[in-house]
Design a protein around this ligand. Structure first.
Ligand SMILES: Cc1ncc(COP(=O)(O)O)c(C=O)c1O
Length: 376
């Protein structure tokens, strides 16, 4: 095979290595409270970038979501609204806190939580809602915030896929009451494989999140609340500082690739390119098309043929959360409950647009798809 274009490729180099070297030479690798000198610099830089007062660095996006729930005091007896079309972490953290995820279906164009279905799902038990900015396209936050604030429900943005995305001119992660980001290896920026942050304007939520991150210790060996260890290392933060500097460049490359691919794919019938609402900045963590029934190949056949042609694809997510074996067994879901999510799971296919993808690669991807569409 002459070339293979992977679906995602972390872009790290000499600058990251240089910062890692400095941390190693400093001898400070972490701290008991989680805000070592480099981590503190990373937190400040990320807070400034998205426009919030507080950023708290943690060990993963999952840890960030769980810390946000803990800071809000969510626990047994509470319910939290989540979309079924997300990575399993979004619902699992609710269960891990002893609370119950309550699913609300998505809207078909952006794959994000449907605000029209949100209001009717809110009851006295519901304490929070977690809109997910799926693939890097922000959820429709204005109606979500209005509905939540009218009913006294907290909004936790799952911005794991949306670094730098914007909604009505505001950055994702700076709109809800608290937000979680992931720096997992494939994300638009990484802290070296794993990592996450919590973002909030609330002094109180930030204080609780910091406590939770360090076993509830107010000072070394003095514990005042229940917590865990989910600190970010100084090396991870050092990588994060460099990646954050590069993020805008990464996003612009992704957007350029996405627009070029869309312009080449719009003529292909049975294939629906991604939608970008006029009031948002999509950051194309994943460039995801719908492979409709009218396309000559099934989604999985198309994916296999593209792989043979040297093009990596992925399916996020092939199974909506409520239909995961564990959720079916625990809660009795059988399918049919959240039809928009279930349909999306059958049709979505992501194509490579990461910063290392060239204009020539995009033409190659589009040509391969067109040939398959025409049965060549
Ligand atoms: C939407 C969403 N939520 C949560 C997570 C969890 O992040 P992490 O893998 O860093 O724990 C991810 C990423 O994997 C994600 O895509």
């Amino acid at each position: 095979m002459s070339r293979f274009i992977p679906i995602n490729k972390p872009t790290l180099g000499e600058e990251e290595l240089e910062e890692i070297r400095k941390v190693i030479e400093s001898g400070i690798l972490t701290s008991w409270h989680g805000s070592g000198p480099v981590t503190e610099r990373f937190e400040r830089a990320f807070a400034e970038y998205i426009g919030v007062k507080h950023v708290i660095a943690v060990s993963s996006g999952t840890a960030a979501l769980q810390t946000a729930l803990a800071a809000l005091g969510i626990g047994p007896g509470d319910e939290v609204i989540v979309p079924p079309f997300s990575f399993i972490a979004t619902a699992n953290v609710v269960l891990l806190q002893g609370a119950k995820p309550k699913f609300v279906d998505i809207e078909p164009k952006t794959f994000n939580l449907d605000p029209e279905k949100l209001a009717e799902a809110i009851t006295d038990k519901v304490k929070a809602v977690i809109p997910v900015h799926v693939y890097g396209h922000p959820a429709d936050m204005r109606p979500i915030m209005e509905i939540a604030e009218d009913s006294g429900v907290a909004v936790i943005e799952d911005a794991a896929e949306a670094h730098g995305a914007e909604y009505n001119g505001r950055k994702a992660g700076a709109i809800g009451h608290i937000a979680a980001f992931s720096f997992y290896a494939t994300k638009n920026m990484t802290t070296g494989g794993e990592g996450g942050v919590i973002a909030t304007d609330s002094d109180e939520l930030a204080r609780k999140a910091r406590l939770y991150r360090a076993h509830g210790q107010e000072e070394a060996y003095k514990m005042i609340a229940l917590g865990t260890n989910c600190r970010m290392t100084e090396i991870a933060s050092a990588i994060g500082i460099v990646q954050l500097r590069k993020l805008e460049g990464f996003i612009e490359a992704r957007r350029r690739n996405a627009y070029q691919l869309t312009s080449l794919l719009t003529a292909v019938s049975g294939l629906e390119p991604p939608y970008e609402a006029p009031n948002v900045r999509h950051v194309y963590y994943l460039y995801t098309v719908r492979v409709k029934e009218s396309f000559p190949l099934s989604r999985d056949e198309l994916s296999a043929k593209l792989r043979e042609a040297g093009i990596g694809t992925s399916v996020s997510w092939p199974t909506p959360i409520h239909l995961q074996p564990y959720y079916k067994k625990t809660f009795g879901y059988r399918g049919g409950e959240y039809p928009v999510s279930e349909q999306a799971a059958k049709e979505v296919l992501s194509l490579p647009v990461h910063p290392a993808v060239t204009e020539g690669d995009i033409r190659f991807i589009a040509k391969a798809i067109k040939e398959l569409a025409e049965g060549a």
